[in-house]
Ligand binder design. Structure first.
Ligand SMILES: *[C@@H]1O[C@H](CO)[C@@H](O)[C@H](O)[C@H]1NC(C)=O
Ligand SMILES: *[C@@H]1O[C@H](CO)[C@@H](O)[C@H](O)[C@H]1NC(C)=O
Ligand SMILES: *[C@@H]1O[C@H](CO)[C@@H](O)[C@H](O)[C@H]1NC(C)=O
Ligand SMILES: *[C@@H]1O[C@H](CO)[C@@H](O)[C@H](O)[C@H]1NC(C)=O
Ligand SMILES: *[C@@H]1O[C@H](CO)[C@@H](O)[C@H](O)[C@H]1NC(C)=O
Ligand SMILES: *[C@@H]1O[C@H](CO)[C@@H](O)[C@H](O)[C@H]1NC(C)=O
Ligand SMILES: *[C@@H]1O[C@H](CO)[C@@H](O)[C@H](O)[C@H]1NC(C)=O
Ligand SMILES: *[C@@H]1O[C@H](CO)[C@@H](O)[C@H](O)[C@H]1NC(C)=O
Ligand SMILES: *[C@@H]1O[C@H](CO)[C@@H](O)[C@H](O)[C@H]1NC(C)=O
Ligand SMILES: *[C@@H]1O[C@H](CO)[C@@H](O)[C@H](O)[C@H]1NC(C)=O
Ligand SMILES: *[C@@H]1O[C@H](CO)[C@@H](O)[C@H](O)[C@H]1NC(C)=O
Ligand SMILES: *[C@@H]1O[C@H](CO)[C@@H](O)[C@H](O)[C@H]1NC(C)=O
Length: 662
């Protein structure tokens, strides 16, 4: 059946090629393009046997591991198109941002045929569960010219279309993954859809522990849903692969994030390669992040090996692993950087839900939070502890990517080279909760990073978390960039300690870091820090809050929109202009162009100037709505937070039980 399917696809492709070539009026290129298009539309479920990885014919050049000394050839060739494609979007955006005294068109004319002069923009969406997905979604909607109203005065729509990279981590990875796995859909299309449209994205009122409603394209009741998750993962295990809780978790997540029947068990991450928007370089390059951690090992935040997962590859720039494996063929038995002649090419391992689940291997995070939170979660803690102790305490958060593609690769530096097993965990576990890692790699030459921080850092003196960011993630990335054994050429702007973030309000409004490029050695990007703050809705939900009704979801997304636009410029009418100045800053410098006065005003207003105020914040940070008069009225459903303990026990226990049964 699977073979037949694959074959029929090939026959279909062959017939298209033959048909197209037989037509003398079209060129070979056009014919191939037709085929690519036809296949692209059916490309996403590319795995040969649903969730179960399976042997396929190897390509004529056998897959291998490459050194991280350069960008991949695929990325380089994609970039040559992408950088060009950002030009019209950037011209349009900058033209709308009212940069007084600056002739956008003549500047863009000057730099548009020279990629090293053109601004190179990245966006990074942090982790933090559904809170991060929703807050990040609001910001991405504000950046997306497809959002209605995003191109008006006070608006910054078009930034997404101008960007080269879009990185996501954990909950931010669900956001990024949702867009790319679903044909680069928009946040607006997702929230505008009515649940009656057999639409199943972001239906957070149907929590993971229950599954989708029995309408729409999923057509499963709770029992069917759990059975389906269980059986797909069992298929992978029966085929000889080690499965971990992340397999169940990723499959469950996919029901909310992949718009296909049964969460699209055959949808692979590498299939984004053939997605039309991405392959034609009309969308930025999506990258998710995870950390390497062996079972039982303690993650040291300043020197852990960090992995990125992009549509072509998984691997690490760190001087430890320093290599990349082809995403499409992970699961194959690589050894010493090659795939031995007697080994099959395995495909289908890189299930899209599994990749998103790996970046968000949330169970351990749940445990970490429960261990440090004060009181009300005793029952849950006990239940999880009991269930997970059966599975193996040291493996509860692990995503098993065995067989290790980097087995015997870089033996001298790779601490995991002798292991057949590669285990990854949530990218936020090393405290670098914003996925800055892929976009500060020197090979990528990023000029400016829009860093959306939806972390829940802040705590009151009595230990209660209040759920807002306090700069912890930037501090972690900055410190790592100073560690000579691991930084490997990455440079990051100086940032202050967390108390200073709070005392100076740097976690309450956008702040630029690294404005003065000469202050530090090494090319470092300018970082536009966009901390989650309450404009029209209090979006400091618990990271592990599993259920939101549609009205709460939309209010949170609206608040994220206001975070990125500063309330559509109503809090500061200069803000949109300052976004433009941040985009241009490094490019102006490289081209020796004078900085417009209005930009100097922006930098004075938004750049952190090196001031430190490290005393304990007093009073502690506990903000009220910035736009009180425009507070969004939310029809309350299952109130977020309150019902958490009870429901999460049910859900996590159900999935854990399935694991035990396996
Ligand atoms: C993907 O999106 C593009 C652009 O919106 C659209 O033209 C195309 O029909 C979509 N493809 C599928 C298979 O939905
Ligand atoms: C553009 O910015 C200038 C200040 O540089 C300001 O006086 C003017 O009102 C702004 N125009 C719009 C349309 O916002
Ligand atoms: C990008 O633009 C430059 C200059 O306009 C042009 O020379 C180059 O061929 C373009 N690259 C691609 C891949 O279209
Ligand atoms: C989701 O799938 C439905 C049914 O196939 C389709 O109508 C809708 O456009 C899809 N949505 C996205 C965002 O791809
Ligand atoms: C990371 O630091 C710890 C503690 O200093 C050390 O034991 C470990 O070997 C280091 N790992 C790497 C990869 O440098
Ligand atoms: C990064 O690490 C690799 C492998 O250790 C090394 O060859 C390379 O020179 C390093 N790059 C920089 C910029 O230090
Ligand atoms: C599965 O994990 C075990 C350790 O629990 C390891 O010994 C074994 O090699 C792994 N199997 C595969 C196929 O990677
Ligand atoms: C900042 O966040 C970290 C956790 O990320 C927390 O340990 C620390 O107490 C916080 N500091 C303040 C003042 O909120
Ligand atoms: C900002 O603009 C968006 C889109 O036009 C609108 O929906 C929203 O209500 C506005 N928010 C504020 C605070 O003005
Ligand atoms: C491209 O821009 C860079 C940076 O401004 C400059 O050094 C280089 O000379 C330019 N190349 C061309 C061909 O203009
Ligand atoms: C630096 O910023 C602080 C507030 O963050 C301000 O009080 C101080 O005057 C500024 N210093 C300079 C030299 O601009
Ligand atoms: C300039 O660099 C120094 C040394 O890295 C750092 O301590 C300081 O905070 C930086 N200043 C700014 C404004 O980034």
């Amino acid at each position: 059946m699977k073979v037949a399917c694959l074959t029929s696809n090939l026959v279909f492709a062959a017939s298209l090629i033959a048909g197209a070539l037989a037509n003398p009026l079209i060129t070979r290129e056009q014919a191939l393009e037709t085929v690519a298009k036809a296949l692209a539309e059916r490309a996403t479920p590319q795995a040969p046997d649903g969730y179960t990885p399976e042997g396929v014919n190897c390509p004529s050049t056998r897959p291998s591991i490459r050194s991280a000394a350069q960008l991949s050839p695929e990325e380089r060739s994609w970039l040559s198109q992408r950088r060009n494609n950002t030009v019209p979007a950037m011209r349009d955006l900058l033209g709308r941002l009212n940069i007084t005294g600056f002739d956008v068109n003549s500047y863009m004319d000057r730099v548009s045929n020279n990629a090293s002069a053109l601004p190179n923009i990245a966006i990074a969406a942090s982790g933090g569960g559904y809170r991060a997905l929703m807050n990040g979604a609001g910001a991405v909607a504000a950046f997306d010219s497809r959002t209605s109203g995003s191109n008006g005065p006070g608006q910054i729509g078009g930034l997404l279309q101008s960007a080269t990279y879009l990185a996501g981590l954990s909950g931010g990875g669900w956001l990024v993954g949702s867009l790319y796995v679903n044909n680069f859909t928009s946040v607006q299309s997702i929230i505008d859809a009515s649940p009656d449209d057999s639409y199943n994205l972001w239906q957070f009122q149907n929590p993971i522990y229950q599954g989708p409603e029995r309408t729409g394209i999923q057509l499963l009741d709770s029992a069917g849903y759990f059975t389906n998750i269980y059986q797909t993962v069992e298929g992978k295990e029966d085929a000889g692969f080690n499965v971990s809780i992340t397999d169940y978790w990723g499959r469950a997540l996919a029901f909310q994030l992949v718009n296909a029947t049964e969460g699209g068990p055959a949808y692979t991450w590498s299939s984004i390669q053939t997605d039309p928007a991405f392959s034609q370089a009309n969308a930025p390059m999506p990258i998710l992040v995870a950390d390497g951690r062996a079972p039982g090992e303690q993650l040291i935040s300043s020197n852990s090996t960090v992995y990125e997962m992009n549509p072509w590859e998984i691997g690490s720039w760190d001087p430890t692993v320093f290599g990349f494996a082809p995403m499409r063929y992970v699961g194959s038995n690589f050894s010493g950087g090659a795939l031995p002649a007697n080994q099959d090419c395995i495909s289908g391992f890189d299930n899209a839900g599994y990749v998103m689940g790996t970046s968000s291997s949330l169970f351990n995070q749940a445990l970490l939070m429960l261990n440090t939170s004060s009181s009300d979660s005793g029952v849950l803690r006990d239940a999880l502890t009991a269930v997970l102790s059966n599975i193996g305490e040291d493996s509860n958060d692990i995503a098993d990517w065995s067989p290790n593609p980097f087995y015997h690769y870089n033996n001298d530096s790779n601490p995991n080279a002798a292991s057949k097993r590669l285990t990854l965990v949530d990218g936020g576990e090393d405290l670098q909760n914003i996925p800055l890692y892929p976009v500060i790699q020197p090979e990528r030459h990023v000029d400016v990073i829009f860093a959306i921080d939806s972390s829940a850092d802040t705590v009151l003196p009595d230990g209660t978390t209040t759920g807002w960011p306090n700069g912890t993630s930037l501090v972690a990335t900055y410190q790592r960039s100073l560690n000579p054994t691991i930084e490997n050429g990455t440079a990051f702007p100086a940032v202050p300690d967390q108390n200073t973030f709070i005392n100076l309000g740097l976690n309450h409004r956008p702040t630029f870091f690294g404005c003065d490029s000469s202050n530090q050695t090494g090319d470092h990007p300018l970082v536009v820090y966009l901390p989650n703050a309450p404009y029209v809705y209090n979006t400091n939900f618990s990271t592990f809050d599993p259920v939101y009704n549609i009205s709460e979801r939309n209010a949170a997304i609206m608040n994220g929109y206001d975070v990125a636009t500063m309330g559509n410029g109503t809090v500061d009418s200069m803000w949109p202009t300052c976004v433009g100045c941040a985009i241009l800053s490094r490019s102006l410098e490289r081209t020796g162009t004078q900085v417009p006065d209005v930009c100097n005003m922006c930098f004075e207003r938004y750049c952190w100037n090196g001031t430190i105020a490290s005393e304990l914040p007093n009073p502690p940070y506990n903000p009220s709505l910035i736009l009180e008069d425009q507070a969004v009225d939310v029809t309350s459903g299952a109130a977020a937070g309150e019902t958490f303990s009870k429901m999460a026990v049910v859900g996590m226990a159900a999935i854990a039980a399935a694991v035990l049964a396996a």
